[in-house]
Design a protein around this ligand. Structure first.
Ligand SMILES: Cc1cc2nc3c(=O)[nH]c(=O)nc-3n(C[C@H](O)[C@H](O)[C@H](O)COP(=O)(O)OP(=O)(O)OC[C@H]3O[C@@H](n4cnc5c(N)ncnc54)[C@H](O)[C@@H]3O)c2cc1C
Length: 410
């Protein structure tokens, strides 16, 4: 793909520069133009692709029900029509804050009036021999999804098993897709249940049961000790208790880490993520951060939060864009996320502080997997979710979480 779409911009005029071609960056661009910003916009993205949305990669795309193209919200023409200069396949490697410019790996310099960092996350990897074998995969981008899709096809044809290390969202979604394509799947989860720290024991059990009923071998309390290889290919995963799990392919799904090094190297305040105020402004008033990397002083939650979910990128990008334009834009929404696994669809809203010991209030048919759940900490509803309750959806749950009042639970 061309490194530039040739959008006409005055090279002397510093405009809005967005680093990172994911959802947050793309939504910021949309918002800049819809707010009638008429100056230059440059997108610097290290992937070769136009910006795209990732959720489909672990769901419909692996199932074969949705195309790769469905991940791409806008085509090349849209960027041209909106006069966005695209610098694709090139990585921003330095931010010169006093000089108001960034430098890319290829040596290009791009001046900015305001800069948005939306560099997202990268998968964590295992520091184990064998983790770099050719049939060991992580899942973050379209190339990863292509490889896993091909691996599932190969495993199904050869009758070989997949081992998934980590029973988090990505691991379980890949397990769901692989099982539905008739691949034998083992999930090795370190804790007593998958998703335990996010959902707590009762709701985590719903996901454990869902997967075991669909034929997943779910091994909990598993401490992975090695990946055996033969001629550069993984053949098995071993655990500290001496078990050996035969593997034709291995997926490592042990979480993601925010890509904060560009911000940190530029001297911006960084903790777990890039620190911002409620307007997504970093410690430099001309530099903003959105999506997975932003650690935001959240006005509704009264604490700093960093969220690695689709809706957060979708909603923080536009807030950052309006703040870049000098508007009084602030976050006024709660974290929200969703998953789809087999015939289970789930939506969750709110924020459960790490380490809290919530009471969980379950309503509906938990065994039948159509229910709502609310997390209550110190007498306040802090989060709620529904599973397959599409008649009501997430809106009434959101109202209850915003009110924080357990008496409103119905
Ligand atoms: C497979 C998968 C499935 C998911 N499913 C769900 C789901 O079901 N529900 C949900 O709520 N969330 C889901 N998520 C999470 C959601 O996709 C992310 O939270 C979202 O993509 C974050 O958007 P972002 O724009 O912050 O970052 P990203 O989408 O990660 O985009 C950041 C981009 O910046 C680029 N970049 C990084 N550094 C530089 C640099 N220095 N210079 C230039 N470019 C750079 C990266 O290559 C990347 O293209 C899923 C994620 C994955 C990977």
């Amino acid at each position: 793909m061309d490194a530039s779409n040739g959008a006409a911009t005055d090279p002397g005029q510093a405009g809005m520069v967005i680093v990172g071609g994911g959802l947050a960056g793309m939504k910021a661009i949309e918002e800049l133009r819809s707010q009638q910003y008429d100056g230059p916009i440059t997108l610097v993205a290290d992937e070769e692709h136009l910006p795209y949305e990732r959720p489909v990669l672990s769901k419909g795309y692996l199932l074969g029900s949705e195309s790769r193209d469905s991940a791409f919200t806008h085509d090349q023409q849209w960027y041209a029509d909106n006069r966005v200069e695209l610098v694709l396949g090139d990585r921003a490697v330095a931010v010169d804050r006093p000089g108001h410019k960034i430098t890319t790996r290829s040596g290009r310099e791009v001046s900015y009036a305001k800069l948005l960092l939306a560099t997202g996350s990268q998968p964590r990897n295992l520091r184990l021999d064998g983790a770099d074998a050719e049939n060991v995969y992580t899942l973050r981008n379209v190339e990863d999804a292509d490889k896993i899709d091909a691996a599932i096809t190969g495993l199904a044809e050869a009758g070989r098993p997949m081992v998934i290390i980590g029973g988090g969202w990505i691991g379980l979604e890949v397990a769901s897709a692989a099982r539905q394509r008739n691949v034998e799947v083992t999930v090795l989860e370190a804790l007593e249940k998958p998703l335990l720290t996010v959902l707590g024991p009762q709701v985590a059990q719903v996901f454990a049961d869902l997967h075991t009923e669909r034929g997943v071998r779910l091994v909990t309390g598993a401490e992975v000790s090695g990946i055996e290889t033969d001629s550069g290919r993984a053949t098995a995963v071993t655990t500290a208790d001496g078990q050996r799990y035969d593997a034709g392919a291995v997926i490592i799904g042990i979480g993601a880490a925010p890509r904060t090094s560009l911000a940190a190297d530029a001297g911006l305040d960084v903790d777990h993520g890039v620190l911002t105020d409620a307007s997504l402004r970093t410690s430099d008033p001309d530099v903003f951060a959105a999506g997975d990397i932003a650690e935001v002083d959240h006005p509704l939650l009264g604490r700093r939060v960093r969220v690695e979910h689709w809706a957060w990128a979708n909603d923080t990008g536009p807030v950052a864009a309006r703040a870049m334009l000098g508007q009084d834009a602030r976050i006024d929404f709660l974290p929200f996320f969703f998953t789809d696994q087999y015939d289970l669809g789930m939506e969750y809203i709110g924020y459960l502080p790490p380490g809290s010991q919530p009471e969980v209030d379950l309503r509906g048919d938990v065994a039948g997997r159509t229910f709502r759940a609310y997390w209550i900490v110190d007498g306040a509803v802090v989060a709620g979710m529904h599973v397959n309750d599409w008649d009501n959806g997430i809106d009434p749950i959101k109202e209850i979480v915003l009110s924080r009042d357990p008496a409103k639970i119905n």
